[in-house]
Design a protein around this ligand. Structure first.
Ligand code: SF4
Ligand code: SF4
Length: 241
């Protein structure tokens, strides 16, 4: 297990913004709450490794354990939601909740905040080859529709961080390997290729059935939801403003 005293070093090595612009300003106009989707507990529930949770508890009042009370109408729904998420999250992690974007402390963002909307993609023979996105958020997250904004430095730090995490916690490879497998199954069912920001700096589409990789121009990757509509407008930057 990763220890609390290892967390500051991990955080300092994974501090680069995802893009040179504030992507929260791009997605928040499309969220009823006005918050960036990844900082809205009713859309995304962060998690922390047990050692990370100990570090956060000892160093900041930003976080508390998630209890599902804000986004449901009844105690029954709260318990159901809690049970559902606990089922999805491995025992090595805690479900957590911050005070919200108005109180964000950049230095104490959890690893899950820093990695969003990406996860480390593993091949079926367990090679970590790059960043894939959480496709469940493709309608909400502006970055997913605009992968060209992701900086090289962010990509490098993401890869370094997960190389370190995987060497400290090899069981995490099982967890992300399983998620990558699930993505292949889902994308095969949808007859879609998997977009990948490669750890080698390239951009690829992966066949979910053969796992064959094809280099592509990043501009050719698909856009979704309101961001596809916005990109088709003559003045796309004005959409949502
Ligand atoms: S990562 Fe995605 S969801 Fe989060 S603030 Fe940026 S665009 Fe919005
Ligand atoms: S800590 Fe900051 S980045 Fe993370 S969910 Fe909260 S507001 Fe968003």
């Amino acid at each position: 297990m990763i220890q609390p005293d290892e967390i500051r070093t991990l955080y300092d090595g994974f501090d680069a913004p995802i893009a040179t612009l504030d992507c929260g300003q791009k997605c928040s106009p499309y969220n009823e709450s006005g918050k960036p989707f990844c900082c809205d507990i009713c859309h995304a529930v962060p998690t922390a490794y047990k050692g990370e949770w100990k570090y956060l508890k000892a160093n900041t009042g930003l976080w508390h354990k998630w209890d599902a009370d804000k986004c449901v109408d009844s105690e029954k729904e709260r318990l159901e939601e809690l049970a559902r998420l606990k089922d999805e999250v491995p025992d090595s992690m805690e479900l957590i909740e911050c005070l919200g974007p108005a109180h964000c402390e950049r230095d104490y963002r959890a690893i899950t905040c820093r990695q969003f909307p990406f996860f480390p993609y593993l091949t079926s023979d367990y090679r970590f080859i790059g960043l894939a996105y959480y496709w469940e958020f493709q309608q909400q997250c502006w970055v997913i529709s605009n992968l060209s904004v992701v900086t090289d430095e962010y990509r490098r730090q993401f890869v370094d961080t997960f190389d370190k995490l995987f060497s400290r916690m090899p069981q995490e490879m099982d967890s992300y390997g399983g998620h990558s497998e699930h993505m292949r199954e889902e994308f095969a069912r949808m007859r879609r290729t998997i977009p990948l920001l490669g750890r080698d700096g390239g951009v690829y589409k992966i066949s979910p059935t053969t796992e064959k990789m094809r280099p592509v121009a990043i501009e050719t990757l698909p856009k979704f939801g309101p961001y596809r509509v916005a990109a088709a407008l003559p003045f796309p930057d004005e959409a949502g403003s």
